[in-house]
Ligand binder design. Structure first.
Ligand SMILES: [Zn+2]
Length: 599
């Protein structure tokens, strides 16, 4: 008996037609359900909270048993049922893979990438069973290799061949890249970390390795200060360098990242340019998720239901805290300076303050409705919703500073993270326990002795403004706010230029343009009788005062509108943060604890 027969569920995937972007999958199921086996494609991928209905990309499917062809019955949009049969059920199907993102599948003549949730049908009722996955090479490209953290079952490291997974959940959590990629390796806390880059690039790999080593070691030590033990025995950064594109998806021992190739460090580069800082923050963010959401989880995610939405009000904890720590860990590991850190934090503050939606939706509500709101944004989203990433990060900042201030620096949010790690994360695979929806207040109290329930009601479950100025002052950091163009009055719109047309992207609630009857989609033609583009409009407004009327001509579809807009001073949304040189000693001590003993 060959080793492969030890698995009763066997997948075999072949990049069968890269020009047509088709993977072929053959699935063998021993002992199928005698009533008729069902197979189903997931509707979403964990980490990205939108129903994507991956079954849409299955272009053909057939079933057989022995030499007998079986008729498959489609039961619902993503489920097929085979007729009752004995012995091994065989399915053969093709999946179209032309979505160059971290959450789907992509195949052309340069490379292939897939998440199991897009290509591997689940065998209904047998998610908990182990399976084998044979990854085949394309017939044409001889220099392709495989990058994945799927456990190997015969395949050589970086080789095509047989891999395995202990369950469908594990299978779904190890994306696979194949191609002629760049590879670099470093060690953090004794654990090998691989970087794989697909796409043309001229990266300074030595710089990237040095910076990522510092960030990864700092995170491992944050969660396990005593043992410095990572929760995986190897980690993989799967990077896609593109002209334009941005995103990341977390997995238990890897992450898939997509970013502009110009964000990579290059030879002779000095300092940390903004693009590179963004890339490091993205890598830091997804790496932090290895603990926080892949192992410490909301109870709602302890077992993902891949057929429908999984609701939790805690994404502000899992995405917000992660967004808080992603750049903070860059500062603490000294990969970026304190000045750069404060610049990034200020831009998060501005991002939250620009959206009037923060007055209508709490981060807990934003978490719950992520499926229909945050992930499905439209022209009114800034008026209606708040980001559980950006505001969640500021809530984390407030919690951290409040704990530090109330305990004179003895405790911090780090202690809460470590308690969550010990209680839920470290043994998640064995115990499968997740956080209850109301767990945060009691955990903060237990970890730090600070009673935080009433603040949580305001900050996470309410829409009041966060006390950022006061809390930052307590750690010797000054926050100042001003209008975007201090000197000029504003229309109260977000503009974009599309095909040469100056178009309103969003008309902000209760701002002058909306009050005058202008809306998203309207094309601005002239102001006070003069044709405008983005630059000339700015110049014109700079010569007016708040309260002045201006005449605006705009097209709504093909109809010309003429309205009078009464200008107003822009709201003070633009934040800047600086170290307070006159801060008292206790504040400076707290600041050093917060940012890692340097400034
Ligand atoms: Zn995230």
């Amino acid at each position: 008996m060959s080793r492969i027969a030890a698995y009763a569920i066997r997948y075999r995937i072949t990049p069968v037609d890269p020009q047509a972007h088709l993977f072929e999958v053959r699935l063998e199921i021993d002992h199928p359900d005698p009533q008729g086996q069902r197979v189903t494609m997931p509707a979403w991928i964990p980490g990205s909270y939108l129903i994507r209905e991956f079954a849409r990309q299955v272009v053909s499917i057939e079933a057989s048993q022995g030499t007998r062809r079986l008729a498959l019955h489609k039961v619902d949009k993503h489920t097929w049922q085979a007729p009752a049969c004995q012995g091994t059920l065989r399915l053969r199907y093709r999946v179209h893979a032309w979505d160059l993102s971290v959450r789907a599948a992509h195949l052309d003549e340069s490379h292939g990438f897939f998440n199991a949730t897009c290509v591997f049908l689940r065998v209904v009722g047998r998610d908990a069973e182990p399976c084998s996955v044979t990854i085949e090479a394309p017939s044409a490209a001889s220099d392709w290799r495989v990058a994945t953290t799927l456990p190997r079952a015969g395949a050589r490291l970086w080789g095509f061949g047989r891999y395995r997974a202990g369950s469908y959940d594990e299978l779904a959590d190890h994306p696979v890249e194949m191609g002629a990629f760049t590879h670099a390796r470093f060690e953090a806390a004794g654990v090998p970390h691989d970087i794989v880059i697909t796409g043309r690039h001229d990266a300074d790999l030595a710089r990237l390795k040095k910076d990522l080593t510092a960030v990864c070691e700092a995170q491992i030590r944050l969660f396990e200060p005593r043992t410095a033990r990572a929760p995986f025995d190897r980690y993989l950064f799967l990077c896609m360098a593109v002209g334009d594109g941005y995103g990341g998806l977390e997995h238990r021992a890897s992450t898939a990242l997509i970013f502009p190739r110009n964000n990579l460090p290059h030879a002779g580069m000095t300092g940390v340019p903004e693009g590179y800082r963004g890339l490091l923050a993205l890598a830091s963010h997804e790496y932090f998720h290895s603990w926080h959401v892949k192992r410490i989880k909301p109870a709602a995610f302890a077992r993902y239901d891949l057929e429908r939405e999984s609701y939790t009000r805690l994404l502000w904890v899992f995405e917000g805290f992660t967004s808080y720590y992603d750049e903070l860990m860059l500062a603490r590991s000294r990969v970026i300076g304190v000045g750069d850190y404060l610049k990034g934090l200020a831009s998060t503050v501005s991002q939250v303050l620009r959206g009037p939606g923060r007055q209508h939706q709490s981060v807990a509500e934003s978490s719950f409705d992520a499926w229909i709101k945050y992930y499905r944004q439209d022209e009114n989203s800034p008026n209606a919703i708040v980001s559980y990433y950006a505001k969640g990060a500021l809530v984390a900042l407030c919690l951290d500073l409040e704990i530090r201030s109330q305990t004179a620096g003895r405790y911090s949010l780090d202690d809460v993270m470590r308690l969550m790690w010990r209680r839920f994360g470290r043994h998640f695979e064995r115990e499968g326990k997740g956080l209850a929806e109301d767990a945060i207040g009691p955990l903060v109290l237990e970890a730090t002795g600070v009673q935080i329930e009433s603040q949580l009601l305001d900050w996470a479950h309410g829409t009041a403004e966060l006390p950022l100025q006061a809390l930052l002052a307590g750690v010797g950091v000054s926050l100042t706010l001003k209008a975007p163009d201090e000197e000029a009055p504003a229309l109260g719109v977000r503009l974009s230029t599309r095909g040469g047309d100056l178009t309103i992207g969003t008309a902000y609630t209760d701002q002058p343009a909306m009050r005058a009857g202008l809306s998203a989609g309207d094309v601005l033609v002239a102001v006070d009788g003069l044709r405008v583009d983005e630059r000339s409009l700015k110049q014109l407004l700079a010569r007016r005062q708040p309260g002045d009327p201006v005449t605006v001509h705009a097209f709504r579809r093909d109809e010309l509108l003429c309205v009078t807009v009464r200008l107003a001073a822009g709201p003070a949304t633009e934040a800047s943060l600086s170290l307070d040189e006159k801060a008292a000693d206790p504040a400076v001590r707290l600041r050093r604890g917060w940012l890692g003993h340097h400034d």
